[in-house]
Design a protein around this ligand. Structure first.
Ligand code: SF4
Ligand code: SF4
Length: 335
């Protein structure tokens, strides 16, 4: 690849080339796109611009269009789409691929690879783990079964975002904003949310109670969101989209849920390990104490949250609490 001039504070095309090459493992050993597609006119939810528009850094765009004709610039057809294009950072390109039937695994964007996971940055500005794009919880099967993510996938995720966030301050800021928004939203709801640390331990963040608690049994504790809560709810949701969920598909969709349900009958763990926390203010959520030295070193001043340009992300098209959130990731249909 020809060397290109890269603006300061941004990952180069060569950097993206390496980053994508090292982030290739599937989330899980099965094709989760088959589970959500019946809820989205037969297409995996994260692969249609009706749901999410990938926004690529220009260097990443350059890498991908140099390899394949899979990608083109996103052409908006409605106000939400036009807003995404208008609001995209000048360093970014809102893009769309040819669709799931034409997916090329090696040429997926960073957004494709990461979805539904997002870097989780605590209130101290430390990149401590991976959370998820909660705005997709009603459609994305993986969000109801986060524990299916393999250690190999997660390690690659952390490596990719270490490289990116250490270089690209806008990207870091956008993920910090997204993590802050997640804490705010769940605090208002008086709910907790799951995230996994670099030690591959799943935790509950309890912004309303101030602290992160290690899970004892993620498969038992992580709850499914509707319509993945029961075969009946799933069948009804598929029917509402004009489809029919076969017994075989429903069996696959709920095999892990069944396993979780069984675990619910197990005696409760005697004690929970509390992650050390530090309170900032009475009204602000406390944060996990785990530090990521490399990120701290890159951002020693721990800047206050500011609006950052969106890049390298899946921008949720339907407006919502995550509408400009950076989403580094994407589709499982090809796995
Ligand atoms: S990751 Fe994408 S393909 Fe997989 S269940 Fe979620 S939305 Fe569907
Ligand atoms: S994973 Fe989905 S969005 Fe990404 S390239 Fe493949 S089909 Fe397109």
């Amino acid at each position: 690849m020809a060397k290109t001039k890269t603006p300061a504070g941004r990952l180069s095309a060569e950097g993206y080339d390496r980053l994508l090459g090292d982030f290739a493992s599937p989330i899980a050993a099965f094709d989760c796109g088959r589970f959500c597609a019946p809820l989205n006119k037969g297409e995996p939810v994260c692969c249609t611009t009706e749901n999410a528009v990938p926004v690529l850094d220009k260097a990443e765009w350059q890498v991908l269009v140099g390899r394949t004709d899979l990608w083109r610039k996103f052409k908006p057809h409605d106000a939400a789409g036009r807003a995404i294009v208008k609001e995209a950072s000048p360093h970014c390109v809102a893009a769309e691929c040819k669709g799931a039937a034409f997916c090329e695994r090696d040429n997926r964007s960073l957004s494709c690879r990461a979805f539904p996971f997002a870097p989780y940055i605590n209130s101290d500005g430390d990149f401590v783990g991976a959370s998820y794009y909660w705005g997709f919880a009603d459609r994305c099967w993986v969000i109801s079964h986060l524990y299916v993510a393999t250690p190999e996938y997660l390690r690659e995720f952390f490596l990719a975002y270490d490289r990116l966030l250490l270089t690209d301050r806008d990207e870091w800021q956008a993920h910090r904003d997204n993590s802050s928004a997640m804490r705010r939203v769940f605090s208002r709801r008086d709910e907790k949310f799951a995230w996994i640390g670099r030690d591959l331990i799943w935790r509950w963040e309890q912004p309303h109670q101030g602290g992160a608690i290690a899970m004892q049994d993620p498969e038992r504790e992580i709850r499914a969101f509707a319509p993945y809560t029961s075969p009946q709810a799933y069948r009804a949701a598929v029917a509402a989209e004009g489809g029919v969920a076969s017994d075989g598909l429903v069996g696959e969709v709920f095999s892990l849920v069944s396993s979780k349900a069984k675990a619910k009958t197990k005696p409760k763990a005697k004690s929970k390990t509390k992650t050390k926390t530090k309170s900032r203010t009475k009204t602000k959520p406390k944060q996990a104490a785990t530090k990521t030295a490399r990120i701290k070193a890159a951002h020693p001043n721990k800047p206050r949250v500011k609006k950052a340009p969106v890049q390298n992300s899946f921008t949720k098209k339907s407006s919502g609490k995550q509408a400009r959130a950076k989403i580094s990731t994407a589709t499982r249909h090809a796995q």
